[in-house]
Design a protein around this ligand. Structure first.
Ligand code: NAG
Ligand code: NAG
Ligand code: NAG
Ligand code: NAG
Length: 412
């Protein structure tokens, strides 16, 4: 055996012993990702409430990375993020996606002591590793029910964050997680879809056609993105959404008379620009205009998609800011005729309830600046000013930037 090969094998065996390398697929990639976080001591940088109100980056650390060894499907990576209670949603997404699915799995841990993790925190971490491992192993068998065939090739990073302050536990770092998940994407095309949205099987089917894929790739490379129309259900179980997603566009008119409706009808600014009426009647892509606070999910070029601004945590405006910034850089917005996404029912998060309570409290923003709602609104106002002046740049953590710059598949 050549010496170089022997060295690789030793590293790999060590990795397997440490439980870091979970499959052959990520032989090079998993160590590269873990290396990004080397030497980081999150106990010394536990998150407090002021991290949020003062827009400071927080310390996220990987407990483990899993990388599918399944044969490659479509060369388009679905990128998502979630906390433990959304694992069933990830399973459902995976069943309907026939390409890589890169997910950042998040675990917030209370760490009152700066020197070591409590027994309870260690237990939680262990349990989460177990749940993720189980889901990963199941997905490796390809036990998917979607008609697209096969199911996803899962890439998971389990990131934990340590909190000194229990009040700060609600600060789900949604945008940091979206960025870290995207680091595991190595395909030209990506689509960032929140984990509670199920992609229609027809998306994978369409993208498996080489001519269709080539068209999308050429167009996305020159600054276009393709919106997936978004729907939600107001009755029926989670499986109702799955059935519609498998059924495809043809079942939508009937579903709209039953349990389905356009996404967020009470906030038309968020999805109306998609023009659902045109989409239902259309079998080709069509151009739309961005309108203020539009927040679609879309297919885009990995190298042309802006990063998410980590300062937006907890709830509110996180995606709106990203989409506004994409528009400001001259993105051409199209709607894809090939598929759609459906919201899958789940229980409402606590932070959303608290956010909405502050929003509708009729207090002024100065009074509310120490709430998630208040701080997010102040940030949004500041960002809009920067955008108008043409100076806005999404803030990413310095550590994140360094990590990206070290990953071979992120070098051009
Ligand atoms: C797949 O189908 C089996 C049996 O038909 C069912 O038990 C399982 O829950 C389904 N899985 C998903 C992800 O829908
Ligand atoms: C929604 O979009 C349609 C079609 O583009 C438009 O006619 C309508 O005025 C919009 N409604 C709202 C509330 O913006
Ligand atoms: C988008 O805006 C342009 C410029 O205002 C207008 O000419 C065009 O008709 C609009 N397109 C749609 C689909 O509304
Ligand atoms: C979106 O971007 C276009 C072109 O860059 C710009 O003309 C338009 O004003 C932007 N829309 C909004 C609502 O900011």
């Amino acid at each position: 055996m050549a010496p170089a090969l022997a060295a690789v094998s030793v590293a790999l065996v060590l990795g397997l012993l440490l439980g870091l390398v979970r499959s052959d697929g990520g032989q090079d990639k998993v160590p590269a990702i873990l290396k990004c976080f080397d030497g980081q001591n999150c106990l010394a940088k536990r998150t407090t409430w002021e991290h949020f109100t003062e827009d400071l980056p927080s310390c996220l650390h990987p407990a483990r990375v899993w990388w599918s060894a399944r044969p490659a499907g479509i060369p388009v990576t679905l990128v998502t993020q979630l906390s433990v209670e959304r694992l069933p949603q990830l399973r459902a997404q995976c069943a309907l996606w026939n390409g890589p699915l890169a997910a950042a799995l998040y675990l917030p841990l209370l760490a009152p002591d700066a020197l070591e993790l409590t027994a309870e925190a260690k237990q939680k971490l262990q349990a989460m590793v177990g749940s993720a491992e189980e889901l990963f192993q199941e997905s490796e068998k390809g036990a998917a029910n979607g008609s697209a065939g096969g199911g996803c090739q899962l890439r998971l990073v389990l990131l934990y964050e340590l909190f000194a302050d229990p009040k700060a536990l609600v600060l789900y770092p949604v945008n940091s997680l979206r960025n870290y998940a995207r680091l595991m994407a190595d395909t030209d095309l990506i689509t960032n879809i929140d984990v509670d949205m199920i992609p229609s099987a027809s998306i994978s089917t369409a993208l498996a056609n080489p001519a269709t894929l080539a068209d999308y790739t050429a167009s996305c490379r020159t600054g276009s993105v393709y919106v997936w129309p978004a729907f939600e259900t107001h009755c029926g179980a989670a499986s109702y959404a799955d059935n519609v997603a498998v059924g495809g566009k043809a079942v939508i008119p009937a579903a709209l008379k039953k349990c389905m409706r356009k996404m967020r009808p009470k906030a038309p600014y968020s999805h109306n620009a998609t023009n659902y009426v045109q989409w239902l009647a259309s079998d080709t892509a069509y151009r739309i205009n961005y309108t203020s606070q539009f927040e679609p999910w879309f297919l885009s070029w990995r190298w042309g998609t802006l990063w998410y601004d980590y300062r937006f945590r907890g709830y509110g405006k996180n995606k709106i800011v990203h989409v506004a910034a994409m528009n400001a850089t001259g993105t051409a917005w199209y709607v894809s005729p090939h598929g759609f996404i459906v919201h899958r029912k789940h229980t409402e998060s606590k932070v959303r309830k608290v956010f909405l309570r502050a929003k509708f409290s009729r207090k002024d923003l100065q009074t509310l600046q120490d709430t998630v709602y208040g701080h997010v609104e102040l940030l949004w106002a500041a960002v809009q000013k920067e955008m108008a002046a043409g100076t806005y740049m999404a803030r990413v953590e310095r550590g994140f930037q360094a990590c990206m710059e070290s990953l071979p598949w992120w070098q051009r």
